[in-house]
Design a protein around this ligand. Structure first.
Ligand code: HEM
Ligand code: HEM
Length: 221
């Protein structure tokens, strides 16, 4: 067994900040602190959209074409070698990752069209037909439960792998894993990912910064 670098800084920063931000998003909605809710949502969206770009131009095993396989390949993997350690997402977790990223993106987009029917609404509410607002608000309320259910399965699977000796959680924290074959991936500098986050976050700030700052001021005054 030898130590291999599995995950770059970008994937790990995205992963763990996403966990904290989702917790904050859930709590801020519960407390009806919508200025904070939107701040966290735009931050998460900047990290998530940058992760999607990273899935095309980023480090080798963070790319979608590296870990998204055909359903046939996933089925064969499941039947023949689910115990084999993979240097990255295995074919099944590849699909799970895609699903989670899509649903979190859906949560964000529906948030932009969500209204609480009192004072608070996303910036697209005034621009789309009112029927869309109703549908988006319902999806925004229910989709979070689907996300939480998937997260529960995801965490149980991660703990199961870790317990069986395939130290996937350690790898998501440190970036490294003990593997039979040396993983030799091309990694790209984390600074490039952070630059993408800054650019996309900056665009959100230019679009909604004033509105959100005003909401934060009145919330914390
Ligand atoms: C809100 C909670 C969570 C969400 C939404 C989430 C979502 C994700 C996503 C999207 C990825 C893919 C990362 C990427 O390729 O960029 C991932 C990977 C991973 N997550 Fe989480 N995660 C959550 C919590 C956790 C927790 C609490 C743990 C540990 C106990 C964990 C362990 C892992 C591991 C080990 C991987 C790598 C899986 C693999 O090797 O294929 N996650 N997670
Ligand atoms: C991925 C990002 C997001 C997550 C995880 C999230 C999560 C949530 C949750 C859990 C609720 C409570 C739903 C309930 O009533 O049961 C909520 C409500 C709400 N969210 Fe988000 N949200 C996100 C993005 C956004 C965005 C971008 C906006 C607007 C800019 C937004 C605006 C709202 C509003 C106005 C409500 C109140 C809806 C109501 O009372 O019916 N959210 N959000």
């Amino acid at each position: 067994m030898q130590k291999s670098k599995i995950w770059d800084g970008a994937v790990r920063i995205f992963h763990w900040s996403q966990v904290l931000l989702l917790a904050g998003l859930w709590y801020s909605a519960d407390q009806e602190w919508y200025g904070l809710h939107m701040t966290l949502a735009y931050t998460l969206a900047a990290l998530l959209l940058s992760r999607l770009v990273w899935g095309v131009v980023g480090s080798e095993n963070a790319r979608f074409n590296h870990f998204v396989t055909s359903p046939r390949q996933a089925w064969l993997w499941l039947r023949h070698s689910p115990k084999r350690t993979v240097n990255g997402h295995n074919p099944l977790s590849g699909y799970m990752v895609l699903l989670m990223l899509t649903l979190i993106l859906l949560q964000f987009v529906t948030g932009l069209m969500t209204s609480d029917d009192i004072l608070t609404e996303g910036p697209l509410v005034a621009l789309v037909p009112s029927a869309w607002v109703g549908i988006a608000s319902t999806i925004h309320q229910w989709n979070i439960n689907v996300i939480l259910a998937l997260v529960a399965v995801h965490i149980v699977a991660a703990i199961w792998h870790q317990w069986r000796g395939d130290k996937v959680i350690t790898a998501m924290v440190t970036g490294n894993k003990l593997t039979a074959e040396k993983g030799e991936f091309k990694f790209r500098a984390v600074g490039l990912y952070l630059l993408l986050v800054l650019i996309i976050g900056g665009a959100f700030y230019l679009w909604q910064g004033d509105v959100v700052l005003e909401m934060l001021r009145s919330e914390w005054a």
